[in-house]
Design a protein around this ligand. Structure first.
Ligand SMILES: Nc1ncnc2c1ncn2[C@@H]1O[C@H](COP(=O)(O)OP(=O)(O)OP(=O)(O)O)[C@@H](O)[C@H]1O
Ligand SMILES: [Mg+2]
Length: 116
């Protein structure tokens, strides 16, 4: 078994709030991993760091060996992230939404027009 996600001594502070304090754990390849904790424990903060959307103050995290800070462009194509609250653009129609996300995932124009 190899390591899918590696988190080492990850810390993140928002002003006076210590959201993460030296968080360390690994998730093995093939594991289904439940990440539980009370409100404000730092779950979303951790996920946002793994999804390359937020920089930690210190510590390291990697996905399939790619550092989420140093090599975000290698991480982004190999992850999927479904947040608990999605930001929907209310004035977008469904086909525009599909087009938007297809473009974000760098599907070519020809491929996009096949499934949008
Ligand atoms: N952008 C931000 N600015 C200021 N404080 C923040 C920010 N993001 C998170 N926090 C604070 O960091 C702490 C951890 O928040 P986080 O959202 O990671 O917790 P959570 O475990 O996902 O909680 P929940 O179960 O409510 O979703 C909380 O005290 C939160 O208020
Ligand atoms: Mg959360």
């Amino acid at each position: 078994m190899s390591t899918a996600i590696s988190i080492q001594q990850l810390s993140k502070r928002f002003g006076k709030t210590q959201a993460l304090n030296n968080l360390t754990f690994d998730v093995e390849d093939g594991d289904i991993f439940g990440f539980l904790g009370p409100n404000g424990a730092g779950k979303t903060t951790t996920m946002r760091i793994l999804a390359t959307l937020l920089r930690p103050d210190s510590g390291r995290a990697s996905i399939l060996g790619h550092d989420v800070i140093l090599n975000a462009s290698a991480v982004r194509p190999i992850i999927g992230y479904m947040p608990d609250i999605t930001g929907a653009y209310r004035d977008m129609i469904v086909s525009e939404y599909l087009e938007f996300f297809s473009a974000a995932y760098r599907f070519s124009l020809a491929d996009r027009s096949r499934f949008v």
